[in-house]
Design a protein around this ligand. Sequence first.
Ligand code: NDP
Length: 602
Amino acid sequence: MSAETTVRQDLGFDPDALRNKYQTERDKRLRDDGNEQYIEVKGQFSHYVEDPYLEGEIKREPLTDEVGVVIIGGGFGGLLAGVRLRQQGVKSIRMIEKGGEFGGTWYWNRYPGAACDIESYVYLPLLEETGYMPPKKYIDGADILAYSQQIAKQWDLYDDVCFQTEVESLHWDENTNRWIIKTNQGDAMRARFVISSNGPLNRPKLPGIQGIDDYQGHTFHTSRWDYDYTGGDANGGLTGLKGKRVGIIGTGATAVQCVPHLAEGADELYVFQRTPSSIDERNDRPTDPEWVDSLQPNWHQERMDNFNTLVSGGVTDKDLVNDGWTEIIRNLLLMIRDEGESDLSFEALQEKMELADFQKMESIRARVDNIVNDPETAEHLKPYYRQFCKRPCFHDDYLPTFNRDNVHLIDTGGQGVDRITNKGVVANGQEYELDCIVFASGFEVGTEYARRCGYETFGRNGVSLSEHWQDGARTFHGMHSHGFPNSFLMGTLQTAFTANYPHSLNEQSKHIAYIVSQALEGNHQVVEATADAEEEWVNTIVQLARMNEQFLADCTPGYYNNEGKPSERSRQNSSYGGGPVHFFQMLEEWREDGTMQGLDIS
Ligand code: NDP
């Protein structure tokens, strides 16, 4: 901060100076190519998505039979859809999963240190139904993977599962009112209903850095960790990196978790940073048995709802989770209470919210100074944007790692690395020779749906979903698309976005299971969104996106704001701007109404 800033005594910082600093940092990072800056992982790059965890290839005959419901995706979305359908009495369910097991994102992301940094008592679904209690507040990735499999076992979802199977296309057959599902295993199976839960972050992406294919050393993406090369496992112990110079590109939530392990294993670690993450304390702790004994029925839903309200900017009189995620709202409430103001206008509330956010981020920046010894390194590690512009991170070992002699932060001033050579990485004009480059560069978010899920869906009259969506996504409630009967989508497009993604999947799965079971009970052949309902929903999405745009427009670029390039298309492809609390309530009321408004059922 410059010396000319006027620090407000009550706050301890100058809001105008911070606002300007945020804007300068954001402007530095804006680029014309937006999402185009990343490389699609295919062709010569397809080895980056090969499954390193398979213990042998599954051999089976191609399937051409018919089932009631095909669920694509074996992560929490697919699992929850399966569970909710089972609870509605649906027997004929076939799960299709690209990986070799259930687990979704937790199947793929097994990098050292992988763990959930949302409280496990709200992150994990179905805790009351399974009776499972996570051993600690923030559960390890390996335990989440095991829990996914526990869910699949409890609800018999292994009974008809196709692992190592990638869907290649979905075709609606008008004559039989069935979907034909073709896969890379030669299947041409049929299903009455199809539910697609492909995961919003399932397609790894690589930075489009000049020379990326010239590099002669070893490389991999964090979501396909190469333990054969690094040694060790998800707990660390990367002994294979002894004697090695390792570079990691990216400093998002994944890098934050694996960097401390890379630093321990490698001789030298170079962390190439474009934008620092906000790193709050994690303060993990074992689950308190007394607290567990005190829990009353329905505690889980109440806790999830409470967290969801607070992280989506709502106000409640209690904060059950009470950690770094919900602190901004706690700050806000304190501020309002201290100032004795109870009846604030929307604008006044937004102003207070900004101050509470500044306050929170000031404490995040002060934390960097307290932990990192070298002042210059500390300065580079400070994030200057609002906390929810990027995924906030919670870690107690990441920042101290930069006090190690073998760890070098290569800050690129918001520009990213310059290029890759056959020997290593060039950043700020200097070449760093490396034995291995780890890409912690994230996943495709803003690209076309069919590209991200890996298959095309052909609905009525052979029209593809990509054609139907050529100007942006078109859905009713984010789950149905007109012309694509008996097909359900799960995800974030035109549904609610919440920091606790499994919560959203849980609500979507209840909704879809209700509709499917109603159709089955009434022996209806076809359930389809009407063109009018779809049109109205698309308009609602776009309108709300416009109203909410300012917050994201002011944010530093990233996948939350279409890399800083809002467009008519990105507005249409956004989540429901009325917020998750309202969205979930709306779905519930829609079901209670019982008339299936917006759907044609025949
Ligand atoms: P992110 O997309 O969050 O991070 C990608 C990183 O790569 C960013 O730091 C980005 O910088 C950087 N990058 C991209 N291109 C370049 C370049 N050319 N030069 C230098 N750096 C570059 O991916 P992650 O895998 O870290 O996280 C993805 C998501 O996964 C998270 O947001 C979160 O939702 C989820 N996750 C959840 C966890 C949990 O606990 N539940 C744990 C881990 C991940 P820049 O920021 O400037 O774009």
